[in-house]
Design a protein around this ligand. Structure first.
Ligand code: GLU
Ligand code: ZN
Length: 493
């Protein structure tokens, strides 16, 4: 039997970490089983639909390198793959259920349903929900309602006795009493649109879906879906509800924790390789040890059995670490390509990169590669090179455990060693040794010397390695900046 799985997002918001993880698991599972990965757009909620969300879905999957075998754009034998283009199908199947006595037309007006809700609330009745008023309408009553121009909905008959069980690969059997399943839910709305449940079940069946991997929040819908499969006389697929993605506090990942939209990660300069790798590990592991996987490797080794049962933690720091690792795996040329748009946006280099800018980029790439966590770090880390703004806040120059007086002394002697050494073409490691010796002699930490030099040259306490900064700026400019900072210290002390 060929494995057929689907990712079935509703284009009502940006693709977020949790959704993308669902897409990845489906995709990797399909690939590892030699099956098919189907993309289906569940866009029947017209109020919340947006073109932007749909575009964001396509962009995100493309950016991650996830290709679907069947779906919008590429087509396939079970199309169309956009639910709003399948309305007639849902209507046909819903009518079929009515004919088979598994569903019925309901003509209740919104006013009646509202009154019912109020009454139930007031009487604190154990029985909540639709009262099955229209289940046994007579033919005349039906006709009268039609004649009055009321457009009916179609409701599923949910059995009042017994219980419904479905099996989940990770969670085992999940059973619910039928009387706890929402009474007679709407399958087809009066405007001819299906509800999520109807469209979802019909499509999974018609598209030959063998395994359903989706977020755990859909578990409550499980019994109703099974009842629908039974009503149609269809075999349900295998279920595998995925553990939640949580923040470090154990709560479901949300904007409170930080970015959740993949688009925002991308804008900050996370690499698709890092997102794909790390997000897959939130809730899945091969052997509990191995951390690095390429997309191609996951396409081979992803198995359902290794999905964790308990929720996964999305750790932003860990993602940063992964991203840094993937940045360091890039070639210098690739880094140049990757940082260019960020430096252009900052106005540091021109839109049409000049040969001179290209040379600068080539020099910048290697030290940046070692320091960046995200590509946008290239902007603050290289700012010193593109615009000269002296740091006039003395406190910035003063390292922990130092004061103004010792800083001035450390700065004067340390920068002398550095400048003279650079002029003489000495090896940087030799200069570092000399500066270390100076620190020992002064009884201070070496950062007491490096920090003022760093701030003088780059106007920042975090920067590229000093040696690289000096090489990028040129010795003349470096000396100028150091002298300028010295003047600042000369003023008062
Ligand atoms: N359209 C649903 C969603 O956005 C699909 C749920 C499912 O996979 O069945 O999550
Ligand atoms: Zn009714």
């Amino acid at each position: 039997m060929e494995v057929r799985v689907r990712y079935a997002p509703s284009p009502t918001g940006l693709q977020h970490i949790g959704g993308v993880r669902t897409a990845l698991y489906n995709y990797f599972f399909a690939r590892s089983q030699g099956g098919k990965f189907i993309l289906r757009i569940e866009d029947t909620d017209r109020e919340r639909y947006s073109d932007e969300s749909l575009q964001d879905l396509y962009d995100t999957l493309e950016w991650l390198g996830i290709k679907w075998d069947e779906g919008p754009v590429v087509g396939g034998p079970c199309g169309p793959y956009i639910q709003s283009e399948r309305l007639e199908l849902y209507q046909k199947y819903a009518r079929q259920l009515v004919e088979d006595g598994k569903a019925y037309y309901c003509y209740c007006t919104p006013e009646r349903l509202e009154r019912l809700r109020e009454e139930q609330a007031a009487s604190k009745s154990r029985y909540q929900g639709y009262d099955r008023h229209c289940e046994h309408l007579s033919e005349e009553e039906r006709r009268a309602a039609e004649a009055a121009g009321i457009k009916p909905v179609i409701r599923l008959k949910v059995p009042t006795e017994g219980s419904t069980t479905f099996h989940d690969v990770l969670m085992g059997d999940i059973t619910r009493k039928n009387r706890d399943v929402s009474p007679d839910p709407v399958l087809l709305k009066s405007d001819g649109y299906p509800t999520y449940h109807l469209a979802n079940v019909i499509d999974d069946h018609l598209m030959g879906i063998t395994h359903i991997m989706r977020a755990q929040e859909w578990i409550p819908s499980g019994p109703l879906h099974i009842l629908l499969y039974q009503a149609f006389g269809w075999e349900p697929p295998v279920y595998c509800h995925l553990p939640m993605v949580c923040g470090k506090d154990g709560q479901k990942l949300s904007k409170r924790h930080g970015d959740t939209a993949v688009r925002d990660f991308r804008a900050k300069g996370y690499l698709p390789e890092a997102i794909l790798n790390y997000v897959t590990l939130v809730g899945w592991s091969l052997d509990g040890n191995r951390e690095f996987f390429t997309r191609q490797e996951l396409e081979k080794c992803f198995v359902l059995e290794n999905i964790h049962v308990s929720s996964g933690t999305f750790d932003y720091k860990k993602l940063d670490w992964f991203n840094g690792q993937y940045i360091r795996m890039k070639s210098d040329d690739e880094i140049v390509e990757l940082i260019t748009p960020y430096l252009q946006k900052a106005g540091y280099i021109s839109q049409d990169v000049t040969p001179e800018e290209r040379r600068t980029l080539a020099l910048l790439a290697p030290p940046l590669k070692e320091r960046m966590k995200v590509l946008s770090d290239a902007v603050p880390l290289s700012a010193f090179l593109f615009h000269d703004e002296p740091c006039t806040d003395k406190a910035q120059y003063i390292a922990k455990g130092m004061d103004e007086k010792t800083t001035k002394e450390a700065f004067l002697h340390g920068s002398d060693i550095l400048i003279e050494g650079e002029k003489a073409g000495k090896d940087f490691s030799a200069l570092e040794e000399e500066i270390r010796a100076l620190a020992d002699q002064m009884g201070i930490k070496v950062n007491g010397i490096f920090q003022p030099i760093r701030v003088a040259i780059t106007n920042s306490t975090v920067s590229l390695p000093l040696h690289d900064s000096i090489a990028l700026l040129g010795l003349e400019e470096t000396v100028r900046r150091i002298d300028r900072a010295k003047a600042l210290f000369d003023q008062e002390v």
